[in-house]
Structures are given as structure tokens and as C-alpha cells.
Design a protein around this ligand. Structure first.
Ligand SMILES: Cc1cn([C@H]2C[C@H](O)[C@@H](COP(=O)(O)OP(=O)(O)O[C@H]3O[C@@H](C)C(=O)[C@@H](O)[C@H]3O)O2)c(=O)[nH]c1=O
Length: 181
């Protein structure tokens, strides 16, 4: 498993070692020892999630308020996404900064997004299946949406020919300023 650091400390990209043979492939999609070593502390996952989306669907940017904040280990098992994490820790020197990474069934990359970040993704293919582990249970009352096209974030989403499909909840999401001032 290759561990790649990003521009924001704590956000990590994992690239599993894939074994291919005449039958197909095999890889360890999660190894607690390797994961905890890379992250530098013990992480306990309590929920696994799985979503299916058509092309040009944008989900996010979501987070849960403390003490229900979630860390997420995300990946794509069919199709591809552009995945984004935004630092929403007010005391962080990278507050408001973001990291984006393409995750696909082909590249098998995983993105570790610790608590303290808003998360979202844009699907690049039809029938995109996205799976992830979370460190806290879903708690809708504590969930907030940061608007995906907040000008202050300036997220460079891949070229979107037409407006993405966004849920009603995410269309009504707030800006970083509205959420944190
Ligand atoms: C996230 C979630 C949703 N649900 C339900 C609520 C709702 O009826 C339905 C769809 O929920 P949503 O519209 O919030 O699904 P979605 O927009 O896919 O939400 C997800 O987006 C990505 C970007 C994340 O980072 C995730 O943590 C999660 O917030 O599923 C659960 O039962 N458990 C969960 O953990």
C-alpha cells in the first residue's frame, strides 16, 4: 500500500498494491494495521456506506458538527469521481483550502478525510459506485452542507458541460462564511 501525503496535513491518499493474474485481480482494500500506522493514531470505523450515481452528479460538500464529526475513507468501485475535501477547522492555517483527487475503479485510489473537513464529489461516469467507511454514525441533525460552488473556495471541479445534478439539500447549502462567522 503506497501512502501519499497531500498539500494539507492529515489528508492522505492510499494506493493499494493490486495483484493481477489470469483470474482477475486481488487487493487488500483495508488493512487496519497499515492504515493506523499511516494515519499515526487509532481510527475506529463504525459505518460503511455505498452510493450509486449517474454521470455529472455532485454530492456534498457534507460534514457533521462536533462531537459527531466523521472521518471518511472513500473510494470508487465503478466509474470515477473527482473527490474534494475542504478544511473547515477554523483554527487551521489551511482553513478554507481544499484538496481534490480523481478516484476511480481503475486507479483504485482511496482518500482519507479526517474529521474537520467537508467532503463531496462529482461523478465523471455513468453508473458510478462510491463506497466509504466512516468513523461516526450518521446524524442528520448534525449534518451541514457547504455549497459546492462557493466562490471563496474556488474549487476547480473538472469541466462541467451542464449544471450537475444536485440534491435539494445541497442546492440550499450555505457558504463557508455563512457557516463559520
Ligand atoms: C449519509 C446517509 C444518508 N442516509 C439517508 C438519508 C437520505 O434519505 C438518503 C440520502 O442521503 P444524502 O442525500 O445525504 O446522501 P449523499 O448526498 O450521498 O450523502 C453523502 O454525501 C457524501 C458527499 C458524504 O461525504 C457522505 O458522508 C454523505 O453525506 O440516505 C442514511 O440513512 N445514512 C447515511 O449515513
Amino acid at each position: 500500500m503506497k501512502v501519499i501525503e497531500t498539500e494539507i496535513k492529515g489528508l492522505l491518499i492510499f494506493e493499494p498494491k493490486v495483484f493481477e493474474d489470469e483470474r482477475g485481480f486481488f487487493f487488500e482494500s483495508f488493512n487496519q494495521r497499515i492504515f493506523n500506522n499511516a494515519v499515526g493514531y487509532e481510527v475506529e470505523f463504525v459505518q460503511d456506506n455505498h452510493s450509486l450515481s449517474g454521470k455529472n452528479v455532485l454530492r456534498g460538500l457534507h460534514f457533521q458538527l462536533e462531537p459527531y464529526a466523521q472521518g471518511k475513507l472513500v473510494r470508487c468501485i465503478s466509474g470515477a469521481v473527482y473527490d474534494v475535501a475542504v478544511d473547515i477547522r477554523p483554527s487551521s492555517e489551511s482553513f478554507g483550502k481544499w484538496v481534490g483527487v480523481e478516484l476511480s475503479a481503475k486507479n483504485k485510489k482511496q482518500f482519507w478525510i479526517p474529521p474537520g473537513f467537508a467532503h463531496g464529489f462529482l461523478t465523471l461516469c455513468d453508473k458510478t459506485e462510491f463506497v466509504y467507511k466512516a468513523t461516526n454514525f450518521y446524524r442528520p441533525e448534525s449534518e451541514r452542507s457547504l455549497i459546492w460552488n462557493d466562490e471563496s473556495l474556488n474549487i476547480e471541479w473538472p469541466t462541467i458541460e451542464e449544471s450537475p445534478t444536485v440534491s435539494a439539500k445541497d442546492s440550499a447549502a450555505q457558504t463557508l462564511k455563512e457557516l463559520f462567522s
